[in-house]
Design a protein around this ligand. Structure first.
Ligand code: NAD
Ligand code: UGA
Length: 463
């Protein structure tokens, strides 16, 4: 089957960048990205490429190259579904906040809505691709809906999970470690797999395109995220032990990382992992394990989350105890709010939880983040429902200038590892702060020796 028209439902952090790369690499394919969120689509169509809703290094240029040629952003979901041969579902799959499985299971209501819409609109055979991260065996539910509510057309369901990391999405999409495609073993399933393989083969070497059955593909995505998050929790667990014993977690990470069986990546101790996916996907894995009665398996993975929560809490507790057990009315500057550098995404960022703890102690938080707006920061705090918006507004301010954020502060907390923080004039910052001036480096980012020489009381994680 020659594919010339695809659509993607969901113009978020995955749908937008993924489709921009497919459009760039496959000029013969018309790619339409649709979303219900009108504001988001308007921003994807903004003539000023700095305003597209997802900040990723290099993404603006790539969108600019194809947009209006073979890449389109639209709110006309039915039309895009009708015209497409392949439909990617890339909508959000957050943790359920109600009913059975609340706080653990993935909320599949957006996925089901998409399936019903595809079934209603489709007039010819379609390949439906799960791009969102889903619990294992979701394809079964999607197929059931499509086959029983559709117009008698044939649907093939493929699982094609996305492994990009935010901040490096363009690079990850251009040079993926692997592309995973799961499909049915039937001849029709194999034909569908081939159609999707042929798209990726436009830029991904064949030996990096892996095909499996649907269930292996779905479960591999959850497993990959669980393993990655587990490494962060493992090194963070060690960071606390390092602090008690005089060992230095940076040195320990380096020493173990040189063992080729362990490897050096993803061993950076931090204030805790954030992002929309690690926690959600592990909770989902825990829920699935429990639902099969696999309680030891569930407990094993849940510990990764427990450790991460502990790490965030421990960071804020340490700020309070170091500042003489009272931070009421003290100004604490936050450098960084995003969950990692090079993204404007703040979902589940450790900064939110640390700020919440410190506001409970009535500290005044002054935030500077190069890509996050004050509205976003307030909405992140409101989402926790600890306080009203008006109460949050009293305790949190944002600055466009990092030096202003730090001026007259008692302490600075580094919450995101933005490169620019390393380049600041730290002497100037020190001079403008109240003394003693503290830096709590939640990312082990700055040169501690240099800061101490200036006069800062500098603390990093795990030493
Ligand atoms: P997102 O919230 O940024 O984007 C999802 C979009 O889907 C939203 O804009 C929403 O309006 C839209 N949407 C929801 N229901 C819709 C419907 N019925 N019709 C049209 N649009 C609809 O989410 P995201 O970060 O892009 O994540 C999407 C999926 O990809 C999730 O399952 C996530 O676990 C997975 N994933 C995310 C990342 C990442 O880095 N963010 C990486 C790999 C996988
Ligand atoms: C992660 C995975 O890396 C992607 O492969 C996956 O596709 C994605 O989740 C997803 O499914 O959403 P992402 O969350 O965007 O990507 O970013 P990561 O680089 O994995 O970082 C996650 C969090 O862990 C960040 O808060 C980061 O600062 C933290 N981290 C990461 C550490 O604290 N230490 C490390 O060594 C690495």
């Amino acid at each position: 089957m020659k594919i010339t028209n695809i659509c993607c439902i969901g113009a978020g952090y995955v749908g937008g960048p993924t489709m921009a790369i497919i459009a760039q690499k496959c000029p013969h394919i018309k790619v339409t990205v649709v979303d219900l969120n009108e504001d988001r689509i308007a921003r994807w169509n903004d003539t000023n490429l700095d305003n597209i809703p997802v900040y990723e290094p290099g993404l603006g240029t790539i969108v600019g190259e194809s947009r209006g040629k073979n890449l389109f952003f639209s709110t006309q979901v039915d039309k895009a579904i009708d015209e497409a041969q392949i439909i990617f579902i890339s909508v959000n799959t957050p943790t359920k906040t109600y009913g059975s499985g609340k706080g653990m299971a993935a909320d599949l209501k957006y996925i089901e809505l998409c399936a019903r819409q595809i079934a209603r609109v489709s007039k010819d055979d379609k390949i439906v691709v799960e791009k969102s991260t889903l619990p294992v065996r979701t394809a079964e539910a999607i197929k059931n809906i499509l086959d029983n509510t559709g117009n008698g057309v044939q649907f093939q369901i493929l699982s094609n999970p996305e492994f990009l990391a935010e901040g490096t999405a363009v690079e990850d999409l251009l040079k993926p470690d692997r592309v995973l495609i799961g499909g049915d073993t039937t001849p029709e399933g194999q034909k569908a797999i081939k159609a999707l393989v042929d798209i990726y083969a436009n830029w991904v070497p064949n030996d990096k395109i892996l095909t499996t059955n649907v269930w292996s593909s779905e479960l591999s995505k959850l497993t990959a995220n669980a393993f990655l998050a587990q490494r962060v929790s493992s090194i963070n667990a060690m960071s606390e032990l390092c602090e008690k014993t005089g060992a230095d977690v940076n040195e320990v990470a380096r020493a173990i990382g040189m063992d080729s069986r362990i490897g050096s990546k993803f061993l950076k101790a931090s204030v805790g992992f954030g992002g929309s996916c690690f926690q959600k996907d592990i909770l989902n894995l825990v829920y699935i394990s429990k639902s099969f009665g696999l309680h030891q398996v569930a407990d094993y993975w849940e510990q990764v989350i427990i450790m991460n929560d502990h790490q965030k809490r421990r960071f804020s507790k340490n700020i309070v105890s170091t500042l003489y057990n009272t931070i009421a009315d003290k100004k604490i500057a936050f450098l960084g709010w995003a969950f990692k550098k090079d993204t404007n995404d703040t979902r589940e960022s450790a900064a939110i939880y640390v700020a919440d703890d410190l506001i409970n102690e009535q500290a005044n938080i002054a935030v500077y983040d190069p890509k996050v707006t004050h509205t976003q920061i307030l909405s992140d705090l409101d989402y926790l429902e600890t306080r009203t918006t008006d109460q949050n507004k009293k305790f949190i301010t944002s600055f466009n200038d990092p030096y202003e954020a730090c001026k007259n502060a008692h302490a600075i907390a580094i919450l995101t590892e933005w490169d620019e923080f390393k380049e600041y004039d730290w002497q100037k910052i020190y001079d403008s702060m109240l003394k003693p001036a503290f830096v709590f480096d939640g990312r082990n980012l700055l040169d501690g020796a240099k800061l101490k020489a200036i006069g800062f009381q500098y603390q990093e994680i795990g030493s």
